[in-house]
Ligand binder design. Structure first.
Ligand SMILES: [Zn+2]
Ligand SMILES: [Zn+2]
Length: 257
């Protein structure tokens, strides 16, 4: 098996401003003992968080739909997946998208607090192990357009995927997928526009004949993006596609960012 950080792994580019910010934070971390990333009050106990903050994370305790991870009153398949199964074969989304998960993800995405990738990835690794997920051949991450990547400075899903790859020893193929054009936030669109919004926006660069691929995303909202990418991965030959996200929004919840 190839080492997860072997050549071919795309390191997300950082612009100069983000590099200076990261360097400052790294220097500060060397000079101070590791304290919890959330409360800054207790010493770090597990993957950047203290004991209380880790156990206070909003884990979804209800049974979840085996295909889309929607919370259910009893184990099984949700009504939506009974009507139409998604292109992905199963989903992990262990946390509810609420405080402090939204703060952690926004800090990672928009303020380049890369340390948050560690607890976020750890939650996903724990879920993959406890839910006895089948071991995939490779990981990939939801891509951004090169323009969006230049503007933001990093792809948070790739960063999370790098930690998961290292923790589980599964190769990450960060360059597998390409996003070719901008798409609007799915949750704000009509059903008609949702389809045209995503059509042709992603491409897969390699054949995946018979392979089991896990797609890493940060937040699962409508699932439409993951569905579109999973279709493309299967067209490229993937035998199975699982979706691993950190958090799931409530079905009525609309993201503001
Ligand atoms: Zn804490
Ligand atoms: Zn479902």
């Amino acid at each position: 098996m190839a080492h997860p950080f072997s050549s071919g792994i795309q390191i997300p580019p950082l612009n100069w401003e983000n590099f200076i910010r990261m360097a400052g934070r790294t220097a500060l971390q060397w000079m101070t003992p590791p304290y919890c990333l959330l409360c800054h009050d207790q010493p770090e106990s597990r993957n950047g968080l203290c004991h209380d903050c880790w156990h206070g994370l909003p884990f979804i305790r209800d049974p979840q739909c085996q295909y889309c991870a929607r919370a259910l009153s009893r184990p099984g398949i949700c009504g939506q997946c009974q009507q139409r199964r998604p292109a992905y074969d199963s989903t992990i989304a262990p946390l509810a998208y609420e405080d402090p998960v939204n703060e952690m993800l926004c800090a990672l995405k928009y303020r380049q607090h890369l340390s948050f990738a560690r607890p976020i990835a750890s939650v996903m690794v724990d879920a993959a192990i406890t839910q006895r997920q089948k071991r995939p051949d490779k990981l990939c991450a939801v891509p951004m357009t090169s323009r969006a990547l230049r503007k933001r400075g990093l792809n948070q899903s790739v960063f999370i995927a790098r930690f998961i790859s290292r923790a589980l020893g599964i190769p990450l193929c960060a360059s597998l997928l390409k996003k070719t054009r901008h798409t609007d936030q799915q949750s704000g669109l009509s059903a008609k526009h949702r389809q045209s919004n995503l059509a042709g926006a992603f491409l897969c660069r390699r054949r995946l004949d018979g392979q089991h691929v896990v797609l890493i995303d940060d937040i699962l909202t409508t699932g439409a993006t993951a569905n579109e990418i999973s279709k493309i991965l299967k067209t490229a030959g993937a035998a199975r596609v699982d979706l691993w996200a950190c958090a799931r929004t409530h079905p009525q919840h609309k993201l503001l960012n």
